[in-house]
Design a protein around this ligand. Structure first.
Ligand code: NAD
Length: 315
């Protein structure tokens, strides 16, 4: 049994991590300021995780949270690209200075490893499939902040030998992903519209593609990164390696929900990239990681959660 701190543990991905780790018999502490995270996300592990309400910008709160832990899964971040464009300073403070606080506290507490949630956003409009060794091209303050967070984490590995792994998540989807905001993940929004019998808006021709990965697979990638030392000091893509267009997504959902989804077309959004897809080779080679959840099964679980709150058990 190990002790895990999950920053941002009340959020979409963090709460799945918490549930899975508790299910495996580990001890879990969460540090979250509940800006986008919600207590209800943790209802399945209520009373079985320690919850500290605090901010990663607050050094003392981070030190207290990290003390006595074996591993830190650092998920807390401002995740909205739009918000980062409107207020880059706040994104810098949370995603960069906050990450530095986490690394410094982890170093002082001699944590065994920090696994950092990074993002495919660091690739911008770079070549497809995105490979970890290619140049990055952050197109938003959010992307820049994720890249800076990675750099700090890797610098702690080389300067202080603090083991760390940076996981560049592609488009994660699954139950508990917020679907209320127009800036939520496209799958969450499409399902919400399908379930409510409302039309979906497609910006551009709908042939833009994304690499979708189910949240349970992202959880597995984090656990593998803790359990093996082969990826220490490395950056890894965590995606499916397959691009799916928004039109394909709509057809899958129509088949699953048994409805016809009306489309509303709108002009392409500035800054939206056309295609995103990863090379999953490095994560496979170093961690033996490849996604196990079939896309349709993941969609089905997400639809069921949006309809009636039921969920697939997180692996
Ligand atoms: N969801 C995706 O598709 C995706 C893709 C790439 C990367 N990521 C990364 O994965 C991580 C988790 O994202 P998510 O989708 O679960 O988002 P989320 O918004 O559901 O979770 C983020 C959590 O961090 C908390 N938080 C935010 N600011 C904080 C602060 N200053 N101090 C303490 N807690 C704070 C929030 O309350 C929330 O619980 C983020 O680092 C994000 O950048 C997500």
């Amino acid at each position: 049994m190990s002790k895990y701190l999950i920053t941002g543990g009340a959020g979409f991905i963090g709460s799945h991590l918490a549930e899975s780790l508790v299910g495996r018999g580990h001890s879990v502490r969460i540090l979250d300021n509940f800006s986008t995270g919600r207590k209800e996300n943790l209802s399945a592990v209520s009373g079985r995780v320690e919850i500290l309400e605090g901010d990663i910008r607050d050094r003392d709160a981070v030190r207290t949270a990290v003390a006595g832990m074996d591993f830190v899964l650092h998920q807390a971040a401002l995740v909205s690209v739009t918000q980062s464009v409107e207020n880059p300073e706040e994104t810098l403070a949370v995603n960069v200075a906050g990450t530095l606080n986490v690394m410094q506290a982890a170093r002082e507490a001699r944590i065994r490893k920090v696994v950092l949630a990074s993002s495919c956003a660091v690739y911008g409009a770079g070549p497809i499939p995105a490979r970890e060794e290619q140049s990055t091209m952050p197109l938003s303050p959010y992307a820049a902040s994720k890249l800076a967070g990675e750099s700090f984490a890797l610098s702690y590995y080389s300067s202080y030998q603090l083991p760390c792994v940076c996981l560049r998540y592609f488009n994660v989807f699954g139950p508990r992903q917020d679907f209320h905001s127009p800036y939520s993940g496209v799958i969450a929004i499409f399902i919400a519209r399908a379930v409510a019998g409302k039309p979906v808006t497609i910006y551009g021709d709908g042939r833009q593609t994304r690499d979708f990965i189910y949240v349970g697979d992202v959880v597995r990638a984090n656990i593998l990164a803790c359990e093996s030392d082969r990826a220490d000091g490395r950056v890894l893509n965590i995606g499916s390696g397959r691009g799916r267009s928004l039109l394909e997504l709509r057809s899958e959902l129509e088949a699953l929900c048994g409805v016809r989804m009306k489309l509303e077309r709108s002009a392409p959004r500035t800054g939206d990239i056309r295609h995103s897809r990863c090379s999953p080779a490095r994560a496979r080679a170093l961690l033996g990681f490849s996604p196990q959840t079939d896309f349709r099964a993941g969609l089905d679980a997400t639809v069921r959660w949006q309809r009636d709150g039921s969920e697939l058990k997180t692996p």
